[in-house]
Design a protein around this ligand. Structure first.
Ligand code: PLP
Length: 407
């Protein structure tokens, strides 16, 4: 790898990953972001903070998660030996709680008693409501009205844990509008409130901090594959919404030259305007919600509509560190369509007895194409970012059309 190879010390002081990232926010938030950065740097070096985080990750969340050999699917595809990193087995059913837990511990250090969050599929909202309940903090979650409909089960879960879910009716009524509302709330209530942002996105320090809280995925996987195989994998695969589960898996391997990495975005109905959320296909450089990165916008810079069968990948911008890694050529990015994801969902369910999240199914769709092209002596790890319980109604509408629709 060349001398500009990414190192764990990125971003720089002002939150830039090369030309990407930074902090594009109203003046009122600058002090809060500085305070958060400072407290985070202190906490990172504080053995008491790290010990409590590690203890809760183990006892409350269920780490470490297994590195599972998907034996039947590997055999069926007839190529690479496929391992699943089982983040779907974590408490609340996805990787999101790694970050929510880390941030709630920071909020407590900062003396903030009110927590806000945005959510798309509802998984981050559920993770946030969970840790807020665990620490007795007030919790408000902003969620697009369309997402509330397609992920109703998660709305119920949040409310049962005492969170207030506020529906957002603006614009496309999905994740982007929910982030806008959360930012607006934060500007108004910044003294009492910590904003638990849910992906490796937004203004500095969020992309760095969220990445660091998810690095545990890759750190464990790296150790586990060495224990099981005595060597590093040939290929890592993860789906990319904002990019938190992917960067969590990839980051600890960035300096391992022989390890290829593939991020899989949502191809929706195919790469036409408004029909997908694959920012590296037909996207451009711009600024959205506090950060400079690749995003989907028209000639006038207006953010385009996005579409994905999975609410968790349905967002117009990608995390700035992914923009950097793509630019460096260190990580490659591709996409899977709705149909390809649903097909992989069904195949993994029926071959491995695991219902993956529809987000995760995009990564699995790429594995389905790529694994047969690899040798039987090659090793592939795919991040099983979440479980598909939240998606069963939606999946059954496509895959079991004769089933009575319960809704
Ligand atoms: C939220 C979510 C994603 C997408 O978010 P990233 O920040 O890109 O990881 C992927 N998979 C699952 C299961 C999710 O809940």
């Amino acid at each position: 790898m060349n001398s500009t190879a990414p190192t764990p010390t990125l971003p720089d002081e002002s939150g830039h990953f090369g030309t990407f990232g930074g902090r594009f926010v109203p003046e009122t938030l600058v002090a809060a972001l500085d305070e958060l950065t400072h407290e985070y740097e202190k906490a990172k070096k504080d053995p008491a903070f790290q010990a409590e985080l590690q203890d809760l990750l183990k006892e409350f969340c269920g780490r470490e998660t297994p590195l599972y050999h998907a034996e039947r699917w590997s055999e069926k595809l007839g190529g690479a030996k496929i391992y699943f990193k089982r983040e779907d087995l974590l408490h609340t059913g996805a990787h999101k709680i790694n970050n929510a837990l880390g941030q709630v511990l920071l909020a407590r250090r900062l003396g903030k008693k009110r927590i806000i969050a945005e959510t798309g599929a509802g998984q981050h909202g559920v993770a946030t409501a969970t840790v807020a309940a665990r620490f007795g903090l007030e919790c408000i979650v902003y969620m697009g009205a369309i997402d509330m409909e397609r992920q109703h089960l998660n709305v119920v879960r949040m409310r049962l844990m005492g969170a207030e879910v506020r529906g957002v009716e603006a614009g496309q009524k999905t994740l982007k509008e929910a982030v806008n509302e959360a930012l607006r709330d934060w500007v108004t209530n910044v003294r009492s409130t910590h904003y638990i942002l849910g992906s490796a996105l937004g203004p500095h320090p969020y992309p760095m901090m969220v990445r660091d809280f998810h690095r545990v995925i890759g750190v464990e996987a790296r150790r586990q594959v060495q224990e099981k195989e005595g060597r590093l994998p040939d290929l890592l695969v993860a789906c990319v919404g904002g990019g938190s589960n992917a960067i969590g898996l990839f980051h600890p391997f960035l300096e391992d030259e022989g390890v290829r990495m593939m991020g899989v975005e949502a191809g929706g109905h195919g790469i036409q305007h408004g029909e997908h959320a694959a920012r590296f296909q037909g996207g451009k450089l711009g600024v959205l919600q506090g950060t400079k990165t690749w995003l989907l916008a028209d000639e006038d810079g207006q953010i385009e509509l996005t579409h994905s069968v999975s609410a968790g990948l349905d967002y117009a911008a990608v995390g700035p560190e992914h923009a950097f890694l793509q630019n460096e050529g260190r990580v490659e990015y591709t996409y899977a369509t709705d149909d390809e994801a649903l097909d992989a969902f069904q195949e993994v369910a029926q071959t491995e007895g695991i219902l993956p999240a529809l987000e995760t199914s995009h990564a699995l769709a790429y594995v389905k194409k790529q694994a047969p092209k690899m040798g039987k002596d090659q090793i592939l790890i795919v991040n099983l970012s979440g479980r598909g319980d939240k998606d069963v109604e939606q999946a059954s509408r496509y895959l079991l059309p004769t089933e009575d629709d319960p809704s």
